[in-house]
Write a protein that binds this ligand. Sequence first.
Ligand SMILES: Nc1ncnc2c1ncn2[C@@H]1O[C@H](COP(=O)(O)OP(=O)(O)O)[C@@H](O)[C@H]1O
Ligand SMILES: [Mg+2]
Length: 407
Amino acid sequence: MCGSRYDRGGKSYTISKFIEGVIEAGAKAIILDPTGEYSTFDTHSKVDHSTVITDSYFPYQNLTINDLFVLFRPSGQVQQPVLLEAIKSLKVANCLMGNIPANGHSNNGTQDIFTFRTQQVVVQNGLIIKQNNFTAPYNNAYFIYKSIIEDFSHNHFDISILHKQIANECYQIFNDRWANSRDERNYGNSTSLIMRVNNVISDNDYSGMFGFNSPTTSNLITKVNDFLNNPDLNILRVGFENVPYNFQVREILANSLGRYLLNKARTNAFRENPLILFVDEAHQFLNKKVKDEYFESTELNAFDNIAKESRKYGLFLCLSTQMPRDIPVGTLSQMGTFITHRLINYQDKEAVASACSTANKETLSFLPSLGSGEAIIMGVDFPMPISVKVDLPTTTPKFDTPKFKIK
Ligand SMILES: Nc1ncnc2c1ncn2[C@@H]1O[C@H](COP(=O)(O)OP(=O)(O)O)[C@@H](O)[C@H]1O
Ligand SMILES: [Mg+2]
């Protein structure tokens, strides 16, 4: 769904109309609501909602290692391997502490000691102590849990102590053990990373968003599954109104939620009971390459994949944007139907035209003069473009005044 940024053509009203249609049909939809515009539906008995930070968090365990790298921005050659080692160490610690064996384990009051062929792995306050310890038993433990540790789509470790583990990685290996004294050069190079990780983890917003420190709000994934399993609910509104705009956390969050739903779709969870995912202001979440001077480019591409493959699994994507030219061409061209509202900008019209096979010059020339709530429907199922006037929804969206919460 597209429309102009110079004039409010009625996209949000049309989405509200769709939401009402979903409720009427007894179908299911999740709406990713960037500004809280659709909170007007919250009191409806068929609608549940969850506002990220205030009501819920997306568990960091379900972020990928890429997402974490985007959050922590380790600089190239030095910090990236240290961060990766620290994450692996914490996963080893987590696996060991979660599977304490009857033999080969002791606790001396401050440390848990795991013995592998007479040599020991030491875990203290959840951290792997490398200083002066042998590498072989650590490698042994790593090997046992390799498949868990190297599953980088899950982060089962205690992230609240990650900055401390990074400091524990700054020991060189001599022969068969880590040195007794810290490698000050390595440590010096890691200081900015340690501070960044500590800042992100202890920041209230990030912590609230990803559940870094024993969250008291509810788990968004549990919320999503409760919604999907509840036959009395038709709509789940996931509100992003409290999520800040910096560090690309909105993109990471939206992308993670999208990826979760796509993975679920791939297990055929929606084949019998299709799900619609509405994303308003989609240009905020899509086409986001994360790049900075140190960090190689990482793509947040869950929505691209949803657009490409999810239809066959019963997951349907409805994107709404005032800037279709900011949606990746690959994603846009996967869209089956375009409901184009008033659209003035030349490049935006061109983006629609090149993505939609049935768009023609004549149709596009109408777009700038459409009134509020008027739209042209085009797409694979429509041999001819159809001009429509959308009825007003009963529940109108809140007048959207985006809060620009920039820290
Ligand atoms: N179907 C409609 N019929 C009449 N007026 C509409 C309709 N849809 C929207 N409008 C008017 O246009 C304004 C902007 O609509 P909105 O959906 O918020 O635009 P957008 O999301 O495209 O920015 C609304 O406040 C309303 O007054
Ligand atoms: Mg809108």
